[in-house]
Write a protein that binds this ligand. Sequence first.
Ligand code: NI
Length: 133
Amino acid sequence: MQVKRFGVSLEEDILKSLDKYVKQKQFPNRSQAIRHLIRKNIVEEQWKGNNIVAGAVVLVYDHHKRELQTKSTRVQHDFHNLILSIQHVHLDHDNCLETIAVKGKAKELIKLANSLIAIKGIKHGKLVMSTII
Ligand code: NI
């Protein structure tokens, strides 16, 4: 895609904040940081507007917990049309890390994520909101 240049006027304190952000997040330059911030905002709007989006549900749980995997499988089958792939990693003797890649309407993905994260025995769960563009 063609890159266009444009001038941006900023107050000194905002520019300082931007430079701090560039350093903290290890961006190579201001342009990359601004690009990141704009995309971040677009993604947030897409999720708020119930657009078709993509993301991942990350779950950590103890596989010894009774019924947990049965419940998780049941939820995943209820929302099977939204799930692209599932990766299961055995972290140690007890704990499993599951990464479920999802794509679909934002509200449905949030519903799926909430249903999974709320299962009794899930130690940590998070929905990573991303985009398909
Ligand atoms: Ni496991």
